[in-house]
Design a protein around this ligand. Structure first.
Ligand SMILES: Nc1nc2c(c(=O)[nH]1)N[C@H]1C(S)=C(S)[C@@H](COP(=O)(O)O)O[C@H]1N2
Ligand SMILES: [Mo]
Length: 313
């Protein structure tokens, strides 16, 4: 079992929140001991225009039920600072390495313990009643954004397939295509990216399937064509470029939980009182916010909607 240990160590050296990445991140925000060169590179990075312009979404209604009081993060920031491990470990390189990524033809399969399995094409999804929701977004690495997503409630899809009484969990699976994402050939990682929720969590009105943001369809780096958004949980719980949603009786795997169970829990609700083993979660830094810190909110501020799902015992 020495080999497994070694494997785990190798993986942890390049994991989501490794030291190098965090240091680069802090540097990019100007809160480390950044040199002038790094600063110039960062400014140049942010000044570049969006790479793959997507068409505007013609019709959607703004849903203000979950409105937030923070300003939106600048669109170009959200387009250029990404976590998408299939394409790059460095957050500013994802946009370049995912350029041209396309799932075509695209089908979202919803199956498992359901009465009516569904296969939805992109046109089917786009023809649904789309709504815009501005959500706070919080990565486990303590950076945060405020994003106007466009999409459909996850519950509306789940209601259509009619889960059976045995369905206790919802499993999500991202794409698997080594030809477009060569990093998926690395067998140290349990590709494809998977995530999961308890069915009550998935049915919560906040759980969202995003097809777009900032009024346009998603770009590859943000998880085109379809991603899951769960604003009360850390960002890694919401997989990008999802191709399959399966209702199951047992708890589904979670990519980062599988790799580092002591660092990334299955539930992963945003909680200032529960530190990551390697850093505090008490504060967060808004992307594009000049490095200013602000307190992390329990459930990322969505307790009103989700606290009842987690009764204290
Ligand atoms: N398939 C897949 N989904 C993923 C990830 C990933 O690496 N692969 N990263 C997750 C993490 S850790 C975060 S913080 C968000 C980042 O989304 P963004 O790049 O659009 O901000 O996507 C999540 N979904
Ligand atoms: Mo993340």
């Amino acid at each position: 079992m020495v080999f497994r240990f070694q494997e785990t160590r190798d993986v942890s050296a390049t994991a989501e929140s490794d030291y190098q990445t965090r240091r680069r991140f802090l540097t990019s925000l100007g809160v480390g001991t950044a040199g002038a060169i790094a600063t110039v590179a960062t400014v140049r990075h942010w000044r570049q225009p969006p790479i793959t312009a997507q068409p505007p979404i013609e019709s959607f209604a703004r849903n203000n039920t979950f409105s937030v009081t923070r300003p939106l993060t600048k669109e170009n920031r959200v387009l250029r600072f990404n976590n998408f491990y299939e394409f790059a470990a460095d957050k500013r390189s994802v946009v370049r390495h995912s350029r041209g990524f396309r799932l075509d033809p695209y089908t979202l399969v919803v199956d498992g313990l359901v009465k009516r399995p569904l296969a939805l094409g992109l046109e089917d999804l786009q023809a649904m009643q789309l709504e815009e929701r501005v959500y706070r977004f919080r990565c486990v690495e303590a950076w945060a954004m405020t994003v106007p997503w466009v999409g459909i409630p996850l519950a509306s899809i789940l209601a259509r397939v009619e889960p059976t009484a045995g369905a206790k969990y919802v499993a999500f699976e991202s794409f698997f295509d080594v030809s477009q994402a060569p990093r998926q050939a690395d067998q140290q990682y349990p590709w494809p990216y998977r995530e999961g929720l308890r069915i009550e969590e998935a049915m919560n009105p906040l759980a969202f399937i995003a097809l777009g943001m900032y009024g346009r369809f998603l770009q590859p780096q943000n998880g085109a064509p379809v991603r899951i958004v769960l604003p009360w949980k850390y960002g890694f719980k919401g997989p990008k470029s999802v191709v399959n949603i399966t209702l199951t009786a047992t708890r589904p795997p979670s990519f980062w939980h599988t790799l580092q169970p002591l660092e990334y829990g299955f539930t992963a609700n945003v909680d200032p009182a529960v530190p990551h083993p390697r850093w505090s979660q008490s504060h967060e830094i808004e992307i594009g916010g000049w490095g200013r810190r602000r307190p992390t909110l329990k459930f990322n501020g969505y307790g009103e909607w989700v606290a009842h799902l987690y009764p204290r015992r």
